[in-house]
Write a protein that binds this ligand. Sequence first.
Ligand code: GDP
Length: 335
Amino acid sequence: MGKKFKPKKRLKAEEYINGILDGNRVILSRAITIIESNLESDKKLAKEIIQAVLPRSGNSIRIGITGVPGVGKSTFIEVFGKHLIDQGHKVAILSIDPSSQRSKGSILGDKTRMEELANLENAYIRPSASGDTLGGVANKTGETMLLCEAAGYDVVLIETVGVGQSETAVHGMTDFFLLLMLSGAGDELQGIKKGIMEMADMVVINKADGDNIRRSEMAKLQYQNALHIFPQSKSGWTPVVSTASSTKNIGIDYVWDKVSVYKKLVLENGYFKQNRINQQIQWMYNNINEELKRLFYGSEDIKEHLKIFEKEIVSSKISPVKAAQSIIQEFKDSF
Ligand code: GDP
């Protein structure tokens, strides 16, 4: 770091809006910076931009990608992204990494990832927004996704690490959920919980090359069996398990084939639209929750009184329930 933070001069709302709709990547990046900003004036500007580009958003297939660190996510996304671009698509790659705070570094890493892809005209890569809460980071990524769509990206890949709650957030904002796994490591080792397997539309056993091919095929059978025990998804889709080698570019096109078959199915049976509507409603509630928490815990009076109540609870002067009720009452009275 070392450099003094000096915010760039802001453009007018129309300049951002027109730039995004023209597919101007520099303007798109600057608009995303505004979405990620916590300044009140930027928040107002961000709302205006989003509102204006909203009618031009939504025209993409949104794919969530997860897997533990080291499974090969960035290697996979690099070849997968290039494959899509070769086919004429414009691909945006976003990530949700709640551990990402500029000062602390992140799980997905600050190393330069997907270098070749990043140099392509039709790829746009944006690292995770930083923030205190997963909900806050996810909201910002969701808004970034809308901007990318309005800028003409017709495939949006949202990457996250398979170790916490972030995959639920990614699942909640994507159409297709892809889980990358490794052969030979138990589920526990990979930190993959049953709930995550259940969300997957496709499981890809990566690193199926060299000595690993046979083991990967066996793992494929095991995961196929494991997926059978889950109830049929509302989408009408039966999850697929496949093997791939991201370094040798084997099985990558197959993943896109499956995404395309899935898309056709859910467009025809109405699930695609219904799922997006449900996600939007859920997104509203997520926003309400985040904003309420921000208002409540951000209030200086509340902060002060919470400290006092903590002490009173320790000395048994007040019950936790009574303390909670009093502080909520105080919050209500403040409006
Ligand atoms: P991420 O942490 O999930 O993003 O994983 P990376 O993409 O950084 O990959 C971790 C390591 O696995 C790197 O050294 C890659 O070169 C390697 N790797 C990724 N995909 C494959 C693959 O398909 N086969 C082999 N043999 N190695 C791979």
